[in-house]
Design a protein around this ligand. Structure first.
Ligand code: WTA
Length: 658
């Protein structure tokens, strides 16, 4: 490392949270310094203390951000393990009858409690069954499921075999699923007959069948029965989960893996092109998720921990399945939505299950706050101790509501900043030590060295705003993009050579607190779902009537960001650009991306503001979408500047006087 980041300052005053926690903050500050001075030693110590290695590692980080173009860096590379022994086997001695997975289905009270002993047996049976179907170490299995316990069992069964899973969120369309199956060359798809969400069914098997049309590598499709509806069946390829798993032996010898063997691939959206298959590896990822889950949430043995994300996203991987199970926690899996059957569902579950730690996204908080306090206050929330958020910036009003109404002013709020690529939380308060500020992700965790840089890659010191980078690797960092290491290097390590570039903008205040301001690239974040504007554009352009399309995000009171699409119609299009066209275009978006993707606002424009070299000036489009054209900036490099006024007027705004 050539330069070290500015050390964050410990604030003098506590603005919220527990005042008695200030002395602990100093202990954490010392821990951060200790880790900074010797990150490799710090992480080796962490992993030896918390992970069941077969062969304990002696090596920390090998390789670096400067050499990443020649190949991935590694952590703990001389160690061997099977991460399911950390998540399951070792708990059989200490806590066999503790609930590992506390499952609540779509209907309130549809509860299943799976102990560590039972989960171990279920994972072993599934591992034997999948192995019998031919799944081997290093091969890929796609998991396309809703939130049922078998989704976690399937992930762990793959891990037990050393097979690489790739969970695809159940809202994705058949085309999106097909892309992922092909990109990773999956041998197997594990799915359900149907999913259930808010009383509605989701045709998971049907979508899988459509995804498997044409050429593909899938040899078997394993189907969990959830609703019992009739589904199509391909003999020789499809098998019922219960037919193969139930008769299998409940004993299975876990396959020994190298620390750096891939554990999973998770596809995530970026600025350009199709989603990337981000690769996480066994030893580093399990160490990092275990550490952060325990530290940030101040985990205690009798906690009832509930992260209400979906296993289709990284939050579900790291903080429903892997981190909590490595820590022997009781972790909740929730199939439904915050609004089903009404806006009291979360707090009803808090009361019924005695939830101590609750982790959700700002979008859900804003949506629930809008429904009024009564849905919250009618339930007993006295069990709650720590309340977390993730996925997007939380506005101070939503933070205050979460703190004062949900948490009755006595819970620690942890606003955790991280990414699919970081594997786990990076900048977050440590409950209850860190004095919090509404809207700030606060301080980097021990072992994490963030820097803010200007566009010339110069480190900014003290209070400032800049692009958020990280200067030194940590064990949970993604190692590569599946099948395309050059893309990994280009995406994360070329903008600011020698640093990991997060794609986020960030402000640091006078107390050294980090305030994430959002993406500075062409990624948009709708309801905590990360999507690429390029994916929307590719879908829209494929529609018959559309000649060109440009998509930007704009602030949305509930969803964080909304999607705004500028459409140039084909010259021969007969569409009048009304509701029928909008419906048709959203249909195309849904088919190509998935149910979670939808354009909120369409605007038909005569042309896009392009530079003479043909690049769309998105800055202008963002301003119009934000309905603030007072400071549109320099348009002199545009090929046709008149198009700007046409777009502004078309949006019902008044062009600024020159
Ligand atoms: C955003 C989700 C502000 C950020 C774990 C990041 C946040 C992207 C926060 C990653 C937060 C996540 N405050 N912004 N606490 N957490 N983000 O990969 O823009 O789905 O780059 O991972 O979400 O989204 P992803």
């Amino acid at each position: 490392m050539t330069d070290t980041p500015t050390l964050y300052e410990v604030p003098e005053r506590v603005s919220a949270g527990s005042p008695s926690s200030v002395p602990d903050m100093n202990a954490w500050r010392r821990e951060w310094l200790r880790a900074r001075n010797n990150p490799d030693g710090f992480w080796l110590e962490q992993t030896r203390d918390r992970i069941a290695w077969r062969k304990a590692p002696t090596l920390g980080l090998e390789g670096s951000y400067s050499t990443v173009k020649d190949g991935p860096f590694s952590w703990f590379s001389d160690g061997t393990l099977n991460i399911t022994e950390s998540c399951l086997d070792r708990h059989l001695e200490e806590r066999p009858d503790k609930v590992a997975i506390l499952y609540e289905g779509d209907e309130p009270g549809a509860v299943e409690r799976i102990t560590y002993r039972e989960l171990h047996a279920r994972v072993c049976k599934a591992a034997n069954a999948l192995s019998e179907l031919g799944l081997k170490k290093g091969e890929r299995a796609i998991i396309y499921m809703g939130m049922v316990p078998e989704a976690a069992v399937a992930m762990l069964a793959c891990a037990r075999l050393g097979a690489i899973h790739s969970v695809v969120f159940g809202g994705f369309s058949s085309e999106a699923l097909r892309d992922r199956i092909r990109d990773c060359g999956a041998e197997m798809v594990i799915t359900q007959d149907e999913g259930m969400r808010a009383g509605r069914t989701i045709p998971l098997k049907e979508t899988t069948d459509a995804a498997c049309e044409g050429e593909h590598s899938v040899k078997s499709v394993v189907v969990v029965k959830r609703t019992g509806s009739d589904v199509g069946w391909t003999e020789g390829r499809d098998v019922w989960w219960h037919d193969v798993v139930e008769p299998a032996s409940a004993e299975h010898e876990a396959v020994e893996c190298a620390a750096e063997d891939p554990l999973f691939i998770l596809y995530t959206s970026g600025s350009t092109g199709k989603p990337k298959g981000v690769v996480h590896t066994c030893g580093g990822y399990i160490t990092y998720t275990s550490y952060t889950h325990q530290v940030v949430f101040d985990l205690r043995e009798d906690d009832v921990y509930a992260c209400v994300a979906d296993v289709g996203w990284i939050t579900g991987h790291s903080y429903i399945v892997y981190g909590p199970l490595a820590n022997g926690a009781t972790t909740m899996m929730f199939e439904s939505t915050p609004l089903y059957p009404d806006a009291g569902r979360y707090w009803d579950m808090v009361e019924r299950h005695g939830i101590t730690t609750f982790y959700t996204a700002p979008t859900a908080i804003r949506a629930l706050a809008a429904k009024g306090d009564d849905f919250v206050t009618k339930y007993d929330r006295s069990s709650l101790r720590v309340l977390g958020t993730v996925g997007e910036p939380i506005n101070p009003e939503a933070w205050e509501w979460y703190h004062s109404v949900v948490g009755e002013g006595r819970c620690n709020i942890v606003d955790t900043w991280w990414q699919t690529e970081t594997g786990g939380m990076m900048i977050a308060p440590i409950a209850p030590a860190t004095p919090t500020k509404p809207g700030a992700a606060s301080n980097p965790l021990p072992g994490i060295l963030p820097v803010l840089v200007d566009k010339d890659n110069r480190i900014l010191r003290g209070p400032c705003s800049g692009h958020l980078c990280v200067d030194y690797s940590w064990p949970g960092q993604a190692r590569t993009v599946w099948g395309d290491h050059a893309r990994y290097v280009a995406t994360y390590f070329s903008t600011y050579p020698g640093r990991y570039f997060t794609g986020d903008g960030c402000r640091r205040d006078e107390d050294g607190y980090y305030w994430i301001t959002g993406r500075v690239d062409d990624v948009i974040n709708v309801s905590g779902h990360r999507m690429g504007t390029a994916e929307f554009e590719a879908a829209l352009i494929s529609a018959e009537d559309v000649a060109e399309a440009a998509v930007v995000g704009y602030p949305h009171p509930i969803k964080g960001q909304g999607v705004y699409a500028y459409i140039v119609l084909q010259p021969d299009s007969e569409s009048d650009g009304g509701e029928a066209l909008e419906k048709a275009l959203n249909g195309v978006v849904r088919t190509q991306i998935g149910a979670q993707a939808r354009v909120d606002t369409f605007q038909i424009v005569p042309g896009l503001p392009k530079t003479r070299s043909g690049k769309v000036m998105r800055r202008i489009l963002r301003k119009v979408a934000e309905r603030d054209v007072s400071n549109i900036g320099d348009t002199s490099t545009l090929a046709d500047p008149s198009v700007v006024n046409a777009i502004i007027e078309g949006a019902g705004l008044t062009p600024p006087a020159l």
